[in-house]
Design a protein around this ligand. Structure first.
Ligand SMILES: O=C(O)CCC(=O)C(=O)O
Ligand SMILES: [Fe+2]
Length: 248
């Protein structure tokens, strides 16, 4: 186990060599029906997190692609980059297929990946979507990372560096609920449509994990924030399912 990881594990008398499931300050949020979120506000040591922030800000070949949402083209409201193991099926979202860079191009990303794997026993991430929000005008709108290449119950581990931003989760209405709400008068809709919602302030060095059916049953977003004056970098580690004939 790396010394970096050891430093934020909680020692206990019963278990003098704590295993990596005992992350200090860990909050587990049960979203019910098989969905769960884990939040570890102080996952990466502060100094180390700033070192990685500086590296990522300068060395990642950030791009701001044009995407298509509901038939309309627009520039994605944040910078992005994609890393993946060789031979995986291509990622495609909103009509955009990012170039898959290799982990070898960015050695610190391998260190961060190792840290995440040590903290989440059984995890096996083989791809990474990076996002850079230059200021509070940059955002990601409500969506789920429910692309078929991640399978039905993907685990997604998200690490934040730099400016803290709010991360929101909102339960997706089931088809039956959606129809019921559409039939209601606007006044009744206002009264009854209080969505199941959660908000997390994702700080510098924090970890947030979505697992189980979170992508099927919930949407998430990072809304605009006028007060957020500086840059936030976010890494989301994911596991792309491999198809027969493709090595992992
Ligand atoms: O920046 C974040 O915290 C979330 C990013 C995200 O949802 C995504 O890349 O799919
Ligand atoms: Fe997402």
């Amino acid at each position: 186990m790396s010394s970096l990881l050891r430093s934020f594990l909680e020692p206990s008398e019963k278990n003098p060599t704590p295993d990596s499931t005992e992350l200090k300050g860990k909050q587990v949020i049960d979203l019910r029906n098989g969905s769960e979120v884990i939040h570890v506000p102080k996952f990466v040591l502060r100094e180390q997190a700033w070192e990685w922030y500086e590296y990522l800000d300068k060395q990642i070949p950030w791009t701001r692609p044009t995407i298509r949402v509901f038939g309309k083209s627009s520039v994605q409201p944040r910078d992005t980059c994609y890393i993946a193991n060789q031979g995986l099926p291509d990622l495609k979202y909103s009509g955009y297929q990012p170039h898959a860079h290799s982990w070898d191009e960015f050695p610190p990303l391998k260190d961060i990946l190792k840290l995440v794997h040590e903290a989440l026993p059984g995890s096996c991430f083989n791809s990474l979507v990076l996002n850079r929000y230059k200021n509070g005008s940059d955002y990601v709108s409500w969506h789920a990372d429910d692309e078929p290449l991640y399978g039905p119950t993907p685990e997604i581990a998200s690490i934040t560096f730099g400016c803290e931003r709010e991360f929101m989760l909102r339960r997706r209405p089931s088809r039956a609920e959606g129809t019921k709400v559409a039939e209601q008068s606007p006044r009744k809709r206002l009264k009854t449509a209080v969505p199941d919602q959660h908000s997390f302030l994702l700080k510098h060095g924090s970890l947030l994990v979505m697992r189980g059916y979170t992508q099927r049953d919930w949407h998430h977003s990072v809304p605009k924030r006028a007060k957020a004056g500086s840059t936030r970098i976010n890494l989301t580690f994911r596991h792309v399912l491999t198809t027969a004939g493709f090595p992992a």
